[in-house]
Design a protein around this ligand. Structure first.
Ligand SMILES: [Zn+2]
Length: 343
């Protein structure tokens, strides 16, 4: 596999004193990657996104409002989300990295990769910054894939412990982006019930997989192996993106799931195997993860799987009841997901 890692120093300058979404996250991640020779990935500097590439997701009036907030010294948008002057470039680079990753994956210069910048993106709605997020990095990248590259099937798996309300809202009515989210429930931002499946032509293309507090490797791995991977097999996406947060880790201070480093590696193995089977490139876009050791250690655990040459072995993954109930629920839109198992 030819692997790409996108980063930029601008991620270190967006700094809100005392905030958990902090520059040290990137420092810890990069120190760990550096210790491992970046697992053979080519390290490139993320470009600032061209403004017009934001517009399919964020209208210009919203982009301009973030720019002017930063230019005027910054401030709080809500209780969790604040900008400083350097936030502007950081946000442009974070979105730009995700787009550059997609361009590389679809241009054939990389088969797997990671866009590891901040601020994160999955809570940002079309015209609303929230939850530490300004631009929907993964959403903008998925739109890049469907518009500039002409793809008709992009799957986003959001395994950040929080529901990706922004990504969900942006693609709620679309059938060209299949959004799958595993998230602790109830938890911020309160969206993402299992019953919500999108609207209009997009119905069935939002797959919410809420899990209770305390859920760990068994639930998460089964929801990837037995729900997400079969969806990839059935729908045959031309690109798979992961909104890769690491706050479902047991050490994370912002949530109460119990995923381990091995759990993240296992989910990646299931995804790699499913992507390889349909020929889809696989890219990770960094979201949350607020314990520095858990963040760096989890990425280090999954990287050898992500970049592995040849077939990836996901091992035996036990079926979890949450996966069984999801398959049953999804039968309305994805009847083949049951795979002949009796209803
Ligand atoms: Zn999160």
């Amino acid at each position: 596999m030819s692997a790409l890692w996108l980063r930029h120093d601008a991620s270190l300058a967006h700094d809100i004193p005392g905030h958990p979404e902090r520059p040290d996250r990137i420092r810890a991640l990069e120190a760990e990657m550096n210790r491992h020779g970046w697992f053979g990935a080519a390290v490139e500097q993320a470009p600032a996104i061209e403004r017009r590439l934001l517009h399919p997701v964020h209208p210009e009036r919203y982009v301009a409002s973030i720019e002017s907030l930063c230019a005027s010294g910054g401030g709080f948008i809500d209780a969790d989300t604040a900008a400083v002057p350097d936030t502007w470039e950081a946000a442009l680079r974070a979105a730009g990295g995700a787009v550059a990753l997609v361009d590389a994956l679809l241009g054939g210069t990389a088969t797997v990769g990671v866009s590891a910048l901040r601020p994160p993106g999955h809570h940002a709605e079309s015209e609303r910054a929230m939850g530490f997020c300004f631009f929907g990095n993964a959403a903008v990248a998925a739109r890049r894939a469907t518009s500039a590259h002409g793809l008709s099937r992009v799957l986003i798996l959001d395994w950040d412990v929080h529901h990706g309300n922004g990504t969900e809202a942006i693609f709620a009515a679309d059938s060209d982006v299949l959004f799958v989210s595993i998230h602790e429930w109830p938890l911020y931002p309160g969206t993402g019930p299992a019953s919500y499946a999108g609207v209009g032509a997009g119905e069935g293309y939002t797959v919410n997989l809420p899990v209770p507090s305390g859920s760990g490797d068994a639930a998460y791995r089964s929801l990837v192996e037995h729900v997400t991977a079969p969806l990839i097999g059935l729908w045959e996406p031309e690109l798979v993106l992961v909104s890769a947060g690491f706050d479902a880790h047991r050490d994370d201070p912002l949530a109460t799931c119990t995923v381990s480093e091995a759990g993240f590696a296992g989910m990646t193995a299931s995804l790699r195997r499913a992507c390889d089977a349909v020929g889809a490139p696989l890219g990770l876009v960094l979201e949350g993860g607020y314990d520095l050791g858990a963040l760096a250690g989890s990425m280090a655990a999954l990287m050898p799987v992500l970049v592995a040459d040849g077939p990836v072995d996901a091992g035996e993954v036990a079926r979890h009841p949450l996966a069984d109930s999801a398959v049953e629920r999804l039968g309305a839109w994805w009847p083949e997901l049951g795979g002949g198992r009796s209803a």
